[in-house]
Design a protein around this ligand. Structure first.
Ligand code: ADP
Ligand code: MG
Length: 601
């Protein structure tokens, strides 16, 4: 018989493990992750990690968990050997972090391992040494109960893998971020880390909030608010941060699903959507969310390192998470709005110690401003850019409805305390100083909130056009229009089909200036297309497009009434401080600040 005749052979077990190791163990931090998971699964409440050479020389993990009997200890290094599941049904309702039975076998095949393990209540334990997957020694040993595993010379027998390692300090950084995740999710467990023989931290078991401070910095505790959500699908609790500690990266975003660190775009996007436009573009709010969901509603077995999962009810979860974040932010415990520092300066982004009473005070201040006596005497400066000017021809699609009673009064010069400058900004006196308002940003905010409100309302308020406008759209635009038509109708547009890609606009939102219906609709469509890449939620996208393209622009002259209405409506908004894109709508300068700048004190 000729052995060479057949080319296909079954690989030896040890080689299989080495190949498989590539999947589960790609760098030192994955060893750390797998071993800490094992310690947690073993019920440890004290876990120590010791690192040398970025984890390539040594990774040692010591726990006070259940430990193992000798036979289990030997078995634990076998591939597909696990104590955590017995049937496939177990995978579907998994309650432990591990279950694939691959980690120890993989790790042992590409390193030199020593394990010392002593079961609870035993006086004697087991010591095993393994070299590149081959068991060298099994011995008896004494010691504290729990398990200690040292992994030395990682990838010593897989030069290809070793080549891909970065510098020890980079690998160490990866290890650190892996450990940070566990420390955040398991505050009831004490963790310590020693790197290059120096203690990095030693956290005692504490509350979730205390741990947040330990890991992310004590300062963070003053800038987070607790979120809590309970519904038919899942529970979650956690903390979300304000604008003061906002980042330009996702570094401070942690999601744990059933006590497992997960990267998930749906939930990440839902949280950000919950913040809405209160955060500037390109920034990432802090969140640490612990979600509990019925194991059968998720699939954890979609990724070898289990860092991603699949939700059965993705869309629903998105809405529920977004809603929970929104409600939390609205509940006044946190203000992602204007902020005052000790000097009275305002910074548009940030919510430092700006508590709700301060916010209310400012709004009251603003609402009362019209009844105040002004010190600005326009009569003395007849040529100044006073407010009593006829309005310039409209440049925007939307007119400011001047409905408030006081705006009907003619602006007697002594009561004027508001004027427009550079046809762009509105300046006004308020009790505590002065405020500058960006007319476009402010109007955008107003229209945006109106749009959101009309999506919720049952009947749209629209005005019938005397001469319906016929518009022919490109195939692409027509498709987009069909997508968003239900929302446009809620806004007050009345659009009928005319066959093919031609539509007839029969009505527009009430308040919208007549005579430019075609342009208004196309502008909204264009803006909608631009926003496709950035805004996931279709309603938000329509509302923002509508607000952006229908609002008064910079360069537009406003009458006194229009300014009055604008300011009035702005302060009736839920979030008057930012436009829907996160730019500030106003800047205030306090009297203190003015006095200081003029060196009056
Ligand atoms: P899995 O965690 O998927 O079951 P592992 O290869 O990580 O697979 O571990 C194999 C088995 O070894 C586990 O099922 C567990 O019974 C045991 N084990 C591993 N680490 C520990 C530990 N630190 N303490 C107690 N038992 C452990
Ligand atoms: Mg494991």
């Amino acid at each position: 018989m000729n052995d060479n005749k057949y080319k296909i052979k079954v690989l030896p077990e040890n080689l299989i493990n080495k190949i498989a190791a590539g999947e589960v163990i790609d760098r030192p931090s994955s060893v750390v992750k797998e071993m800490i998971e094992n310690s947690i699964d073993a019920g440890a409440d004290r876990i120590s990690v010791i690192i040398k050479g970025g984890g390539t020389s040594l990774i040692q993990i010591i726990d006070n968990g259940s430990g193992m009997e000798e036979q289990d200890a030997i078995m634990s290094f076998q591939r597909h050997a696990t104590s955590k599941i017995e049937t496939f049904a177990d995978v579907e309702r998994i309650g432990t972090l591990g279950f694939r039975g691959e980690a120890l076998a993989s790790i042992a095949s590409v390193s030199q391992v020593e394990m010392r393990t002593v079961p609870k209540d035993a006086i004697e334990g087991t010591l095993i040494t393994i070299d590149g997957g081959i068991v060298q020694k099994v011995d008896h040993t004494g010691g504290n109960h729990g398990t200690m595993i040292s992994v030395k010379n990682l990838f010593f027998n897989t030069p290809g893998r070793r080549k891909f390692l970065r510098t020890p300090s980079t690998e160490y950084r990866h290890i650190l971020s892996v450990i940070n995740r566990f420390t955040l999710c398991y505050p009831q467990i004490g963790f310590s880390l020693v790197n290059e023989e120096k203690e990095v931290f030693n956290y005692k078991p504490v509350s979730f909030e205390e741990r947040l401070g330990q890991v992310l910095g004590e300062r963070v505790k003053d800038h987070v608010v607790k979120v809590q959500e309970k519904n038919a699908l899942f529970n979650f609790t956690g903390f979300i941060g304000d604008n003061e500690i906002i980042r330009k990266s996702r570094n401070d975003q942690f999601l744990f699903v059933n006590n497992r660190y997960i990267t998930d775009r749906t939930i990440g996007a839902a949280v950000v959507a919950g913040y809405g436009d209160t955060i500037p573009k390109g920034t990432y709010p802090l969140y640490v969310l612990l979600m509990d969901i019925k194991p059968e509603r998720i699939d954890v077995n979609v990724h070898p390192t289990k860092s991603e999962i699949k939700f059965a009810d993705q869309q629903m979860i998105y809405s529920l998470v977004r809603g929970a974040i929104k409600r939390t932010l609205a509940s006044d415990q946190i203000v992602t709005g204007m902020d005052f520092d000790e000097t009275g300066n305002t910074s548009p982004v940030g919510a430092n110690d700006f508590k709700s009473f301060k916010r209310r005070a400012l709004i009251d201040d603003m609402r009362n401003f019209s009844s105040m006596q002004t010190s600005i005497d326009f009569d003395a400066h007849p040529n100044s850019a006073g407010p009593v000017m006829p309005a310039a021809p409209p440049m925007s699609h939307y007119s400011l409805e001047t409905t408030s009673s006081r705006s009907q009064q003619p602006p007697a010069s002594e009561s004027v305390n508001m004027f427009q400058f550079h046809n762009k900004f509105i300046l006004s006196q308020i009790k505590s100083g002065i405020v500058l308002i960006d007319q476009h940003a402010a109007h955008e905010r107003i229209l945006y909130e109106k749009a959101i409100e009309s999506f919720r309302a049952r009947d749209a308020s629209s005005q019938q056009l005397l001469f319906p406008e016929t518009v022919e759209l490109s195939p692409e635009d027509f498709q987009y229009l069909m997508d968003i038509l239900p929302f446009l109708e809620k806004l007050g547009f009345v659009v009928k089909g005319f066959g093919g890609r031609t539509i007839i606009v029969e009505g527009v939102p009430s308040g919208m200036r007549i005579g430019n219906e075609e342009k208004a609709l196309l502008d909204i469509l264009d803006e909608y297309k631009i926003k496709l890449g950035t805004e996931v939620d279709i309603q938000e996208r329509v509302a923002k497009s509508f607000a952006c393209r229908s609002s008064i622009m910079a360069g537009e002259r406003l009458s006194y009434e229009a300014m009055n209405t604008l300011v009035d409506q702005l302060f009736a908004c839920d979030n008057p401080y930012f436009c829907p894109h996160g730019r500030p709508t106003m800047i205030t300068i306090s009297m203190d600040e003015l006095d200081k700048r003029f060196e009056r004190k």
